[in-house]
Ligand binder design. Sequence first.
Ligand code: DGL
Length: 275
Amino acid sequence: MTRNCPIGVFDSGSGGLTILKEFLEVLPDYDYIYLGDHARAPYGTRSFEIVYEYTLQAVKWFFDQGCELVIIACNTASAKALRTIQQKDLQHITKTGRVLGVIRPTTEIIGSKTKTNHIGIFATTGTVASQSYILELEHLWPNIIAHQQACPMWVPLIENNEHLDPGADYFVQKYIDLLLEQEASIDTILLACTHYPLLSHKIKERLPAHIQVFDQGEIVAKSLVNYLERHPTIEQKISTGRSVTFYTTEHAERFNEKAALFFGKNIQSKHLERL
Ligand code: DGL
């Protein structure tokens, strides 16, 4: 079988780079295509229908590029679009390709971390409204109670590179207080948005020491390793040129400027006219 398919990685903006970075740690040999839909981000405050439509356009684009495996490295898109795409659309787009998200692999792991059985979830308004984490956790970990807090200001602060400014502290503290007011015995918090690792330092320093905070990069990367071991027919199609090609629907320069914050190093992206 010829290995000629890169792995597609999608996010509404730059947050998915925090996931891609971890893929490259554990699976450095493959080729990757990253797409950030910056021109239409953030997705977190958009309606179900719009997030679904945008995500479906992106998924089709990845398959047009020759991908056989696409990872939706965005909680909002995973929450609002993934299931419908998997169940309804994928069969019309590809015969053998697969689309995976970030919610299921994260939920599988996060449930094993709590001792009090109370987990806090910080996420976008869209992810919270979808109830996806609540439903997945109920299914996989019936003894655990999840408490969600929407943080609509965090993605705009991060995308505008204002998150480390003292002005951001107000909104970090605000959402922490709102979450902990819901349930004092939360001992595990999940950053259920791929942008939030950029705030993780600020979040951790404001939380009591006994509360552990997890982001998703490592968890999702380990899950991808495991998935590829279990699906050799997909794995055997993935090309191994060790390349990463970045696309954005915004101006490439704008993405390039911010990318290092998420990715840890500079990138050169290409502008995508339309999806
Ligand atoms: N990074 C996306 C997520 O994981 C959200 C960003 C946005 O609101 O567009 O949910």
